[in-house]
Design a protein around this ligand. Structure first.
Ligand code: GDP
Length: 543
């Protein structure tokens, strides 16, 4: 080997070492989280308040497109406006105390799509937002169920403390009985719900007093003081907060990082997001309490460390986010290594190489290109046409992270084009909506290709399908409701047995999975009784 070659090798090794150290440093600087809540608990308000407190590095511009807020000009934004819902989801990147916080959006509505739940596969922790008056509402419980199934650490934020609500201790009881996690408040409210004076910071014992900013500005003024000053200023309200704080300590309700990461406890914060009260502490929690990205196991159980070569998993695809661009974005969460613009990666299914030249973090009207990204970051691949949800991207295409969970659909319909002349658009549109996880498009054994079955976690998704098929794919559709309410994954070899069972239909998905559809749980149990040797695999329940 020539000297030059030896030198090059040494340099390469040095670069590799430097990069590994750099990857670890960048990963430890990152927090990737999602906010889960029932609609109207204040998710958008809290997200915006967090962005206000931090420096928004890259704002996805999507924060829900509600009235008066900057929103992404999407094709279906009209529909979002009409219904006051958010259908698209993206990422907001914040910079706080030298850390990078990635907030992955989980669109919330009374009806969810699979897409909402998939966002939770891309994060390392969640903020569970609870309305002080309404407590643990139904969608919060459903989303919490997914966190539990994945062991995702949960930070609880009790919001709207400026409004009359429940007693703080009663809320803790409710959170504990619903989640099974022991609440360990970090801040404690001074003043009952509706009379929010400030926060007792349990760690320091100090009082943070909030005063409405003069002149109608929403951001509250903050004043920090000692317990003695707080007692003099707030009298009985401080006394009560102090007694409750001591009671909590006596019952061991103090934050312990290990217990939190092991999914046994949940730190609790109190806020009035609309007035920015208590939001700074939540932002600090994301830096001090939330975990940074960690090593991941692949589908075979082997561990891939953060500093290994680049790997990322696609958790979402979306077309038509911007009518001016008319393109398809695939969103991938980086699990290891460093992403450089222009690098070549392969997906684990086809092994096909692709050069990542067009990669973005800003989704929506204001896009910019990403040059470098690290573990925990989410990148948007532009027009990576053959990439589908669940794919792992890596340099050699040989890493496969576990497939994303399939969430239990509860609504089933057949779908056909309203105008038979647009068969091609019809098929293309359905393929895309299936890839995005809006609905699952299935081929029935008894109906064939011509009459696909679509299944959804929430019935609202059929309206989304109709809207997008009409406006984006120019193929309005007709639905026929089917009587099924539940599905199981089956072994394709068992299909004949299931077909023979009354009230059951067998359908196939392009991912290779076969499903049996049942009218109700009673029929599932009756089949299981009659066929003890046949395995019916349950899907991840969302209710
Ligand atoms: P989302 O559906 O969870 O995203 O909820 P939004 O952020 O849109 O908030 C729903 C409503 O609650 C809006 O009218 C907000 O202004 C209001 N809201 C949010 N946070 C607070 C709060 O801390 N106090 C009060 N009083 N209202 C709030």
């Amino acid at each position: 080997m020539s000297t030059a070659e030896t030198e090059t090798l040494e340099t390469t090794a040095e670069v590799a070492r430097a990069t590994a150290a750099q990857v670890l440093a960048e990963a430890s600087r990152r927090r990737t989280i999602a906010v889960i809540s029932h609609p109207d608990a204040g998710k958008s308000t809290l997200t915006e308040a967090l962005a206000l407190h931090a420096n928004a590095i890259r704002e996805a511009g999507h924060v829900h497109g509600k009235a008066g807020r900057a929103g992404v000009a999407t094709d279906w934004q009209d529909m979002e406006k009409q219904r006051g819902i958010s259908i698209s989801s993206a990422v907001l990147q914040l910079d706080h105390r030298g850390m990078v916080v990635n907030v992955v959006d989980t669109p919330g509505h009374a009806d969810f799509s699979e897409d909402t739940y998939r966002a939770l596969t891309a994060v390392d922790a969640v903020i569970m937002l609870v309305d002080a008056a309404r407590g643990m509402e139904v969608q919060t419980r459903k989303l919490f169920g997914v966190c539990k199934q994945r062991g995702l650490p949960v930070i609880t934020v009790v919001n709207k403390w400026d409004r009359p609500g429940q007693e703080a201790l009663a809320l803790l009881d409710e959170i504990e009985s619903v989640t099974g996690l022991k609440p360990t408040p970090i801040t404690w409210p001074v003043g009952i719900a509706g009379d929010f004076r400030g926060l007792l910071e349990r760690g320091s014992g100090e009082y943070v007093k909030y005063t409405k900013a003069p002149g109608g500005a929403t951001r509250a003024l903050e004043q920090r003081m000692s317990a003695a000053d707080a007692a003099a200023l707030e009298g009985p309200s401080w006394q009560q907060a102090l007694e409750e704080h001591e009671l909590l300590s006596e019952t061991g309700a103090d934050h312990d990082e290990e217990e939190f990461l092991a999914f046994r406890t949940t730190p609790v914060y109190f806020t009035a997001a609309v007035a920015n009260t208590g939001v700074g502490q939540v932002l600090d929690a994301l830096v001090d309490v939330a975990p940074s990205p960690h090593d991941q196991r692949d589908v075979a159980g082997a561990t891939h460390t953060l500093a290994e070569g680049f790997s990322a998993q696609v958790f979402k695809t979306q077309t038509g986010m911007n009518p001016a661009h008319r393109d398809r974005l695939a969103f991938a969460r980086i699990h290891s290594g460093v992403f450089h613009r222009g690098m070549t990666v392969r997906d684990d299914r086809s092994g096909r190489p692709m050069v990542l030249k067009h990669v973005q973090t800003v989704f929506g009207a204001d896009r910019s290109t990403v040059d470098v990204a690290w573990p925990g970051d989410v990148i948007g691949l532009v027009n990576a046409r053959h990439v589908v949800v669940g794919d792992t991207l890596s340099e050699n295409g040989r890493i496969s992270y576990p497939p994303l969970p399939v969430f239990a659909p509860e609504h089933f319909r057949t779908v056909r084009p309203a105008d038979l002349r647009v068969g091609k658009q019809f098929r293309q549109g359905l393929r895309e909506l299936d890839a995005e996880g809006v609905v699952r498009v299935l081929t029935s054994d008894s109906r064939g290709d011509g009459e696909p079955v679509v299944s959804a976690v929430g019935a609202l998704q059929f309206d989304v399908v109709q809207y997008r098929m009409t406006h984006e794919f120019r193929s309005p559709v007709l639905f026929t409701e089917l009587p099924y309410t539940t599905a199981r994954i089956i072994d394709a070899a068992d299909a004949p047995l299931l077909r023979a069972h009354r009230g059951t239909e067998v359908v196939h998905h392009t991912d290779g999975r076969t499903f049996a559809l049942f009218t109700d749980e009673w029929r599932v149990r009756s089949f299981e009784r009659d066929n003890p040797g046949v395995r019916l695999e349950e899907l991840v329940a969302t209710s």
